[in-house]
Design a protein around this ligand. Sequence first.
Ligand code: VGL
Ligand code: ZN
Length: 209
Amino acid sequence: MAQKIVPGERDALVVIDVQNDFCPGGALAVGEGDRIVPIVNRIAGRFAHVILTQDWHPPGHRSFASAHAGRQPFETVDLDYGAQTLWPDHCVQGTDGAAFHIGLDIGRAELILRKGFRAGIDSYSAFYENDRKTPTGLAGYLRERGFERLTFVGLATDYCVQYSALDARRAGFAATVVAEACRAIDLGGSLAAAWSAMTAAGVERVVTF
Ligand code: VGL
Ligand code: ZN
């Protein structure tokens, strides 16, 4: 049974990558990505502490298909740290595509964590980059601030939300994902696989909040 969360001082809402490039019309558009914006704003109003993440790649990033001769977006390549899905160029530092959706209330956010800024390593997770060992520093930040329970919303369910929620569990936080406040890319069954992996790791799924 999903337990009702009443956010307190040990709770933080983590809003993952609600950026133009993941919304309709963007370079890596997630279906209905923009539909979550009012839902995220409403949920954020109930939390005393809100943090945002921002996918933030330099031009020519290794996760871009355009950086690999003869490769197309959504193919997989082997990089030195393992398999990496290739993406269209997206969330390039300082571009409009990397900006937060105009409707997202960001005024109360206490931290904006940027990730994916190392040219050779992608970072789906807000905690560890895709080599699975380079930390972003977020776990230490959240621990120092005394947070114990993290609630995740944002884009995309099966990539950055999933990886962040799984790493939150590994780092010892309680983790909840709010389904109606996320949307997925869903490549080859990745959405169903994401929910299975999250459930197995003790991430709580709630539909609404
Ligand atoms: C994401 C693919 C590439 C995400 C970011 O935010 O889920 N997915 N970069
Ligand atoms: Zn990215």
